[in-house]
Design a protein around this ligand. Structure first.
Ligand SMILES: NC(=O)c1ccc[n+]([C@@H]2O[C@H](COP(=O)([O-])OP(=O)(O)OC[C@H]3O[C@@H](n4cnc5c(N)ncnc54)[C@H](O)[C@@H]3O)[C@@H](O)[C@H]2O)c1
Length: 444
């Protein structure tokens, strides 16, 4: 039975300017900004972005209705986007893009140099003990966490006024912080507020940005694996205030491949003995992740995927004894051009072993930028559609999707894609597509 379409949803139109606030102005953020500005000028294509390039099938296969997603749902136009950022490095987006070394200068940086120079980072709410490998001074200084929170809120107001924005979205494109677990400080507003006043180390800067965003009614997307908005207190607050939140950790290179290959093994009931994933990466992100405490945050996010897809408790003979290892090695000569190797030991009929080898020579920020763009546009859409709280339909973009307490996350890329497109159909009052397809055979 198909889910009834939601005929009653009213989505506010995307009028006026959309201000995009990136926390962090490093490789991903500068590649995002440059790419959108190049696309606006028709100099390059926003490849990898569903909001810009994909279509969505509506109704039966015989109806031939497949509009572009951007023509089907009322998304903000790229022309209406304006940029703001925070970063402990004072570099504007032009310098940040050059420093990141992702884009070819003459072709993709110089052409939009003026716009990039205009994106100058605000002073960051930054504490070195959360990201030890970064030492920079465009920071709010050694002030209390309460003062940091207030300053972020003031920055949001000032930016909105100065840039004359109708709406804002905040997206975390900053470094991965050290590993933190949910504690009593994150359970409810009272404990959270008390912990802020006590400068409790369990309150990371990312939580202050997310808290400020929610208090200001600004949707928040979390591109790193930090706990951040994935805490009971912020989930609850976002739901109560009707603010769209999502996370965690952009699903770009190796995990993207993993969430395509693992469902294939599971679908064919092929066994898995081990999956060894290793990477070399030479950008600043790689340098930050070289610190074991920061790597642990990333490792948790990368490891969870297989368990949820393969369900070893249901298939102990196939997946009960999987050796899964993920390594990231900082190797400066490669810069942002990561190389990820996977060695996958599988077994088939009667237990005979086989191997799959993957060598993905990818470009980290080239894969991440379109995800960041889609997250910005879909978060803004969700906000205008009055869908507050966790946006599980955006799981497609994340390594470690945020879901309601008690639910396991859906990691299979194509289930995530169906969920995303069905949510768009549901928002617009179109029928769900279940792929049952009986109607083509039952009708005479
Ligand atoms: N590129 C990818 O494929 C990919 C995939 C998944 C997740 N991510 C995550 O996205 C984030 C950004 O990646 P990147 O390659 O752009 O890294 P990057 O190091 O180039 O940029 C991160 C920026 O964040 C800044 N920063 C650190 N703490 C901050 C704070 N408290 N406030 C404001 N700014 C702060 C740093 O100074 C740096 O300029 C990282 O956490 C990374 O793990 C990236």
């Amino acid at each position: 039975m198909s889910t009834p379409a939601n005929k009653t949803t009213r989505i506010e139109p995307a009028k006026g300017r959309l201000g995009v606030l990136t926390v962090g102005l490093g490789a991903v953020a500068s590649t995002l900004i440059a790419g959108v500005e190049l696309a606006k000028k028709g100099i390059a294509l926003p490849i990898g972005s569903l909001t810009q390039l994909d279509t969505i099938r509506l109704g039966k296969r015989t109806e031939n209705r497949s509009p572009m997603i951007k023509d089907f749902v009322p998304l903000a136009r790229l022309e209406d986007i304006v940029w703001g950022a925070w970063d402990p490095f004072p570099d504007d987006a032009y310098v940040a893009a050059q420093r990141a070394g992702v884009l070819e200068g003459p072709k993709h940086v110089e052409a939009i140099a003026d716009i990039l120079r205009d994106v100058r980072p605000m002073k960051a709410a930054f504490e070195r003990n959360y990201v030890k490998n970064i030492d920079a001074d465009n920071v709010m200084g050694k002030i209390s966490k309460r003062k940091m929170l207030e300053t972020i809120r003031e920055d949001i107001h000032r930016f909105k006024d100065e840039k004359k924005c109708e709406r804002l979205v905040m997206i975390w494109c900053a470094s991965t912080e050290i590993y933190l677990e949910i504690g009593p400080q994150h359970q409810d507003i009272e404990s959270f507020e008390k912990a802020i006043d006590a400068n409790d180390p369990m309150i990371a800067p990312s939580m202050l940005y997310a808290y400020a965003a929610i208090l200001e009614g600004v949707p928040f997307a979390n591109g790193a694996p930090n706990l951040c908005v994935d805490t009971p207190v912020l989930r609850q607050l976002a739901t109560e205030r009707g603010v769209a939140i999502s996370g965690k950790d952009f699903k770009t290179g190796q995990t993207l491949i993993k969430t395509v290959l693992a469902p294939m093994l599971k679908a064919r009931m092929l066994g898995l003995a081990g999956w060894y994933s290793t990477n070399i990466l030479g950008n600043r992100d790689g340098e930050v992740l070289d610190d074991p405490e920061n790597f642990k945050t990333k490792e948790e996010s990368k490891l969870g995927v297989l368990e949820h897809i393969l369900q070893p408790e249901k298939h102990p003979e196939l997946y009960g004894n999987v050796f899964h290892k993920v390594r990231i090695n900082y190797y400066p000569p490669r810069g942002d051009n990561k190389e990820g190797w996977d060695n996958i030991d599988i077994f088939g009929w009667l237990g005979y072993p086989m191997q799959i080898k993957v060598d993905f020579l990818c470009r980290d920020s080239i894969l991440a930028a379109p995800l960041a763009l889609d997250l910005v546009l879909f978060s803004d859409l969700a906000q205008r559609a009055k869908l507050g709280g966790i946006q599980e339909w955006l799981s497609f973009y994340y390594k470690s999707p945020q879901v309601a307490p008690g639910l396991y996350p859906e990691h299979d890329l194509f289930i995530q894609l169906s969920k995303l497109k069905n949510t768009l159909r549901w928002m617009m009052g179109e029928d769900q597509i279940t792929h049952l397809g009986r109607e083509y055979y039952d009708e005479v």
